[in-house]
Design a protein around this ligand. Structure first.
Ligand SMILES: C[S@@+](CC[C@H](N)C(=O)[O-])C[C@H]1O[C@@H](n2cnc3c(N)ncnc32)[C@H](O)[C@@H]1O
Length: 245
């Protein structure tokens, strides 16, 4: 996995991402489930791009009981969490296939009935993003649907440091916070600070930074229109965008 797809960032942060992301999914789970209502998953598999530790896979499996799921996760540590989750649930092992590639290298089926990319799209450079739209334009079945989320900042601007979540495991409290600064004409640099405390003492604390390409919902709509795809807004609080033909 290359540095441009977040490889170095996740080398440092995967355990904290796997631990703290579920908190962010409290709002995303119902928002994604709502966006999937009525999707006919019989015409082809559903792809989870950048599946991480598998939060989205579980929502897909619950919302689309007949769907075959292809989970694409290039980072080994996050893929380990994903495979551990899948292998512990026979309903998932029967219908989830894990691909250890980035989404543009992965061998996806010719036809897919759905695709999700949750908390992922900013990892793709504008060129990679457009290449993904081209893939979607070719492979998405006529009644198919893709779902992704966009969240601020939509433009290269600063975001003050704010808590991302926390978890207590045994004697230790894990927490994270995130701040962003402009990183160029089309990106920000996120600075994620992770902290582990025991009895009030800091055991570990570090900041890892990663580039994130930003775009507005209007820019997303314009990019997808070039491939015959339309965008409608889903749950606004979760930044859900629903893509159809
Ligand atoms: C913030 S995590 C989100 C994980 C998961 N979707 C979730 O919301 O819980 C971003 C994920 O995107 C993956 N990723 C980054 N670049 C990618 C690419 N080019 N293709 C596929 N996945 C990618 C990372 O390895 C990581 O698992």
């Amino acid at each position: 996995m290359s540095e441009s797809t977040g490889g170095y960032f996740y080398d440092r942060t995967a355990e904290y991402v796997a631990l703290l992301l579920p908190g962010a999914w409290a709002g995303l789970r119902p928002a994604l489930a709502a966006a999937l209502v009525g999707l006919d998953a019989t015409a082809g598999p559903v792809v989870d791009v950048g599946a991480g530790s598998g939060e989205g896979v579980v929502v897909l499996a619950d919302a689309l009981p007949v769907a075959e799921i292809i989970a694409v996760e290039p980072h080994a540590a996050l893929r380990t969490a994903l495979l551990t989750r899948i292998s512990g649930d026979s309903a998932l092992t029967e219908r989830v296939t894990v691909l250890a590639d980035d989404v543009l290298s992965a061998q996806l089926p010719d036809r897919i009935s759905g695709l999700i990319a949750m908390n992922v799209i900013g990892h793709l450079t504008p060129g990679e993003r457009r290449a993904l739209w081209a893939v979607l334009g070719v492979k998405l079945t006529p009644g198919g649907r893709a779902v992704l989320n966009l969240y601020p900042p939509y433009q290269p601007e600063a975001v003050p440091d704010a808590p991302m979540g926390e978890a207590v495991i045994g004697r230790r409290r894990y927490s994270g916070s995130a701040a962003a600064e402009p990183g160029g004409c089309d990106s920000v640099t996120w600075h994620m600070t992770y902290r582990v405390e025991e009895d009030g003492d800091v055991v570990t604390e570090f900041t890892a930074s990663d580039r994130w390409y930003v775009l507005t919902p209007a820019e997303l709509t314009a990019e997808l229109a070039e491939h015959g795809l339309r965008v409608s807004a889903g749950d606004a609080a979760a930044g859900v965008q629903i893509i159809t033909r």
